[in-house]
Design a binder for this molecule. Structure first.
Ligand code: V47
Length: 383
């Protein structure tokens, strides 16, 4: 039974969503309150999702590359990082990186997602060289690489401004920026989980600059650790504010915290209900970001499938070589085949559409699926 004031709040939010009005901070807090029925929240988020994308659900064929796990930082939520002298630490050679590029192309990948640690000894030229080597060998593969945490580190190494670094990386082959490193922007939480690394100001400076020079990027929020609803709403509205100014974000990915092997291993993993609530609230608050991604690696396949009815319109991709979540206890498979992803989307009552990193529809040669091209016809333009 919902208290009458809560019921009124639900009605008011429903009215706003149905009329396409923007939700405010207090609405965000109300959406996160357990008294806001999850089913109704999902229904509203689905209304917006269908308004934006109809029945379509996107996926891509992609792979991950983490060139090193050695990192100067010790973020409390991270199970992936290693100390310089720890036997777990690794640095990939150029040959290994090229092999991964070849494997990606052989598997028909359109995208490689590249992030890693801030290695104590590797110069900026090494990070830039990874892009240059891959781009020269596999020019069709979109390189979505480096977060503001790495870019901030490159700033320190080169003493160049952010804009010059991004332009230099783009020249080397950078296609877009992934959404990582955002965690929770509010200093009350950020100072407890990753106090040394790029703060909210730096994170936004990098994405703003990327958008200004014409690069697209993604954005994320790591939830389910020390933050509360206030910090989550604050985080989402900061993203919405930058998007109002630049329009450069393509997709938002809520990331559920996985505690195993981290300094926060005493915490519980967020529940499926919290996962679905986060998907739905982000669809409703981020009215200006086109896509909401249900990252199946992190949510689990079943929850990601349900999320397609709670505001999400994208499942991410086939994904190979993911380490960040698997090191932190994710039990999802290492990889999903295209047939399986399409089946999951169809079972959820949606129409699967393969996209590239920039959400353009991809066509494949049925006799040779490794051969692909972007469909530029107007009828097939991705939303
Ligand atoms: O920034 C690290 C998170 C992020 C853990 O742009 C953890 O398309 C949960 O940003 N439990 C990196 N989360 C991953 C990321 C991403 C993933 C998929 C797609 C895209 C995209 C971006 O992973 C980090 C951090 O927020 N993370 N450790 C952990 N133990």
């Amino acid at each position: 039974m919902i208290a009458s004031s809560s019921a009124e709040r639900v009605r008011e939010i429903r009215r706003k969503v149905e009329n396409g009005e923007r939700l405010d901070f207090d609405d965000g807090l109300a959406l996160y309150a357990p008294s806001f029925p999850l089913q109704e929240l999902g229904e509203l988020a689905n209304l917006v999702r269908e308004r934006m994308h109809g029945d379509v659900a996107f996926y891509n064929i992609n792979t991950h590359l983490n060139p090193t796990n050695v990192c100067i930082y010790r973020c409390r939520f991270c199970a992936f990082r290693s100390d310089l002298r720890d036997p777990k630490g690794y640095v990939m050679t150029e040959d290994q990186i090229l092999q991964r590029g070849q494997e990606a192309v052989d598997n028909g990948c359109t995208e490689m997602h590249i992030v890693g640690g801030l290695h104590h000894k590797m110069p900026y030229a090494w990070y830039r060289g990874i892009l240059q080597t891959l781009h020269a060998a596999f020019p069709q593969l979109h390189l979505k690489a480096w977060t503001p945490v790495e870019i901030g580190w490159f700033e320190f190494l080169t003493k160049w401004p952010v804009r010059r670094i991004l332009e230099d990386l783009r020249e080397a082959g950078l296609g877009s920026l992934p959404g990582g490193g955002a965690e929770i922007f509010h200093p009350q939480v950020r100072d407890q989980i990753c106090e040394h690394k790029a703060d909210a100001h730096k994170w936004f400076e990098v994405h703003r600059t990327a958008h200004q020079i014409g690069l697209r990027s993604n954005c994320t929020m790591l939830y389910g650790h020390l933050e509360n609803a206030y910090h989550r709403v604050d985080h989402l509205l900061r993203l919405r504010e930058l998007q109002d100014a630049t329009g450069g974000f393509q997709t938002f990915i809520p990331l559920a915290f996985h505690p195993d092997n981290t300094q926060l291993s005493h915490l519980q993993k967020p529940s499926v209900l919290d996962d679905l609530r986060n998907i739905a609230v982000s669809r409703l608050l981020l009215d200006n970001i086109p896509h909401i991604k249900a990252y199946w690696i992190m949510l689990g396949i079943e929850t990601a499938q349900v999320a397609l009815a709670y505001g999400a319109d994208d499942l991410d991709g086939t994904v190979r070589h993911e380490l960040i979540y698997h090191d932190a206890g994710a039990t999802t498979p290492e990889f999903l085949s295209v047939d399986r992803i399409r089946q999951l989307i169809e079972e959820a009552g949606r129409v699967p559409i393969e996209r590239d990193t920039l959400y353009r529809r991809v066509q494949r040669d049925p006799t040779n699926p490794r051969h692909w091209w972007v469909d530029h016809s107007e009828a097939s333009a991705a939303v």
